[in-house]
Design a protein around this ligand. Structure first.
Ligand SMILES: Cc1cc2nc3c(=O)[nH]c(=O)nc-3n(C[C@H](O)[C@H](O)[C@H](O)COP(=O)(O)OP(=O)(O)OC[C@H]3O[C@@H](n4cnc5c(N)ncnc54)[C@H](O)[C@@H]3O)c2cc1C
Length: 426
């Protein structure tokens, strides 16, 4: 009997899951696990790497995944600590032969995978791309540095792969799993202060593949907000102006490939227009930053970015706190920072403006802002976060030099009646 471990990371779903499918192809039974790593609780610039919003979302996603696995005759074991140590114990206990896991793009996650390959043969597969590296019309490490060049080549020369179906059964070993590893830790194990949901939130959703699919159904099919996405996507208020898929995508509760096929079906059955195209266009931005990371590795975390620029990174913590706490002289910036702190979400328009303010007005080290986002964003994703921050800071993939978001003008344009600003600065 061949026993494999399926180590879930940011692929918290059963549908369209290449890692799970491969494990089931190679093994008779599998042990699904998830590990909450110690490194999440380290600090950078004195800022924790994970806050309560994302942790809550992850725990909800794990609860959902566990229920789905139980329906298929299996379970999810959840641990806290160092992956290679935990997996070593499991190998002995259950005579495991292989571990199946997603390939990683960033250094800490890659190191964690490498440590595990030292104790057991590991099968690593790409996940979470719309267009996977093997389908690109160029070697992934030669990804163009400008998004438009990347997009045009991809649009002309590739197609999105088919969906991998949800497995009918996910057989488990006959041994009982110990209750302490199948009981999910509560949020209070990690945080003392758990804020209630803020009624003003543009992201009042919970984690998990089930809620991701509810949102997909609602946004695309039931309310058909997708029809007008291109016109609404820069708005600031409410749940409907953009898809809000990002947090589910970041934890892999839904795959970009599945979203693509839903949009394609909508185009065939309902309408094909600029808005349906634009949602896929944005998913390509997401892929683009993943490829930038694949190409440049840890440079995305360096002050000079992928351009290796010699810039000054001022680290004035008092000024940083004014920005982070929403106490600058600019009300639009403050409103956005309050929304982030209260809900773990901020619109794309807001993110561009507050990032530009930190870099161009406060003239602070952009990585402090990126770290603040990393701490608070429910949808934090290293490639999208650091890729976008580098872009705004002028050390990344922006072909324009000195792009600047004039936040007062932006507020007049996107929040002409001050409705958004007043909502958060009451
Ligand atoms: C400074 C800064 C930091 C950011 N940090 C993150 C982050 O940590 N995680 C994250 O997912 N997004 C990040 N973004 C990108 C973007 O703001 C969010 O993806 C978007 O606001 C999420 O809302 P939505 O799902 O409704 O997006 P929609 O407008 O509905 O877009 C659909 C999907 O396309 C992708 N997408 C859209 N815009 C971008 C973009 N600029 N870059 C990459 N992917 C994009 C997302 O996966 C999103 O869910 C950041 C942007 C900026 C300017």
């Amino acid at each position: 009997m061949k026993i494999g471990i399926v180590w879930f990371k940011t692929n918290l779903r059963l549908n369209d899951n290449p890692v799970l499918a491969e494990a089931l192809r190679q093994c008779d039974v599998v042990i699904p696990i998830y590990i909450i790593p110690n490194r999440w609780f380290f600090k950078q610039f004195g800022i924790p790497k994970i806050g309560v919003f994302r942790m809550r979302f992850i725990l909800e996603s794990l609860a959902d995944l566990q229920q789905e696995l139980q329906k298929k005759g299996n379970n999810l074991l959840v641990f806290k600590g160092e992956a290679h140590e935990i997996i070593s114990e499991l190998i002995e206990k259950y005579q495991v032969e292989k571990v199946f896991v997603q390939k990683e793009l960033t250094a800490e996650e890659q190191f964690e995978n490498r440590q595990v390959t030292k104790v057991i043969p590991t099968v690593e597969l790409w996940d979470n791309f719309l267009i996977e590296p093997q389908a690109l019309p160029f070697p992934a490490r030669k990804t163009p540095d400008i998004f438009t060049a990347f997009r045009k080549q991809v649009e002309r020369n590739t197609s999105v792969r088919k969906l991998i179906p949800t497995p009918e059964k996910i057989p488990a070993p006959e041994l009982e799993f110990p209750a302490e590893s199948t009981t999910l830790p509560p949020l209070t194990d990690f945080f003392d202060d758990i804020p209630p949901l803020d009624k003003r939130s543009a992201f009042p959703f919970s984690g998990g593949s089930t809620s991701a699919h509810q949102r997909l159904q609602d946004y695309i099919w039931d309310k058909q907000f997708l029809r007008s996405y291109k016109n609404t996507r820069n708005q600031l208020l409410g749940t409907h102006y953009s898809s809000k898929f990002s947090a589910w995508l970041a934890q892999g509760c839904i795959s970009p490939v599945e979203i693509y096929h839903q949009v394609e079906r909508f185009e065939k059955e309902v309408i094909e227009n600029d808005s349906t195209y634009w949602l896929i266009f944005e998913l390509l931005w997401r892929d683009f930053f993943r490829y930038v990371t694949l190409k440049y590795g840890s440079k995305i975390f360096h002050l000079g970015g992928i351009k290796n620029l010699k810039i000054k990174g001022r680290q004035n913590f008092l000024e940083f706190r004014f920005w982070a706490d929403g106490q600058t002289k600019d009300r639009f910036i403050n409103a956005n920072m309050k929304e982030l702190a209260k809900t773990g979400f901020m619109s794309n328009r807001g993110r561009q403006n507050v990032a530009s303010y930190l870099v161009k007005i406060s003239r602070l080290d952009w990585r402090m802002g990126a770290a603040w986002f990393e701490y608070l964003l429910t949808d934090y994703d290293p490639c999208s976060n650091y890729g976008n921050w580098m872009y705004v800071a002028g050390v990344g993939n922006d072909p324009l030099e000195n792009r600047f978001f004039h936040s007062r003008k932006q507020a007049q344009y996107y929040d002409p009646n001050g409705e958004y600003t007043n909502l958060w600065l009451k």
